[in-house]
Design a protein around this ligand. Sequence first.
Ligand SMILES: *Cc1c(COP(=O)(O)O)cnc(C)c1O
Length: 407
Amino acid sequence: MSTSTNTLLTQPDANGHFGTYGGMFVPETLMAALTELTEEYLRAKSDPDFQGELARLLREYVGRPTPLTFAERWTEHLGGARIYLKREDLLHTGAHKINNALGQILLAKRLGKNRIIAETGAGQHGVATATVCAKFGFECTVYMGKVDMERQALNVARMKFLGAKVVPVTAGQATLKEAVNEAMRDWVTNVRGTHYILGSALGSHPFPMIVRDFHRVIGEEARRQILEREERLPDVLVACVGGGSNSIGLFHPFLDDKEVRMIGVEAGGEGIVHGRHAARFAGGKLGVLQGTKTWLLADADGQIELTHSVSAGLDYPAIGPEHAYLHDLGRTEYVYATDDEALDAFQEVSRMEGIIPALESSHAFAHVKKLAPTMAKDAIIIAGCSGRGDKDVAQAARIVFGEEFVG
Ligand SMILES: *Cc1c(COP(=O)(O)O)cnc(C)c1O
């Protein structure tokens, strides 16, 4: 990591601040655990044995490196920039989340903690966490909103087969935000022997930094692969942004490459109407939620607003603090795609590339559909394919083929 003063790579500062964002807004009882986690992580980061074991498992168990696929027919169809897809959908368990879950379980091992807790929305992070717990023989409890458990029954079953206990959360909207509250409550009570594997580049310091670092491999590989294939850097990176982990993982290794534009795509839901979307930069404001100071969706009294997206993985009221910082600096840009636009891109990429993407990733592709035709034919876009769409097929079929569809 460079130490020059004009680099963005050295964030956050020692107190977990990305500019004015981030920090540690947690109950006093968690401060010791977070400090211990920070110190152990920084030791692990510079420990060749830790990094060697992580790299070996990413290769042998998770399936890295993932390919950078040239989307030939889609490029031709859109008639502009050359489009490459970074294929996190090909990873074990079907999405990028396993990069972070694996890194954090190795950290939990170093910390001597034998019980793991996690929260999950769509269930992808819960499955990734249950997977690494099975692999390493850890006890695993996953908190999940009751509404999400009904919507994502397949992932609930996967977690149970993997040996995890899935705890339904019924408070509030009974989705991801409430599941995070419940996981935090468990952690406060059981912090001594328990590690909380947080699932996105969110929450209190050091989580946004740790989660980002474990996903940087996405951007490091993409940078190397595009230089090999095209002998130059891309013009634009595009990735979907829920909490912001797959996007920061792709973007971060390119931050000092001034000529590379970076675009994060949030969930526009049914349009920018209160309660019907999750586009924090389009309809949000500065606030504090679940450990961190960042951009979020709240009403005039500061109460967190309801959110909506066709994709459960983007349906969260706050964005990771590093994105808020990069947004203010103008280094990254944020747009949104609606449910309909994402469903359209989901179908187009499936038909033209033989890749059924996750509905989350389809938000990024919806923006590529708008952007690529406006660019020169020798321009290059890399779009993050954060996960595969198998989990979304039944839902998409009901919307596209009609309620009578039997999956
Ligand atoms: C969870 C998830 C996301 C959103 O989370 P980020 O932390 O913003 O990456 C995006 N894509 C897929 C496939 C997911 O499972």
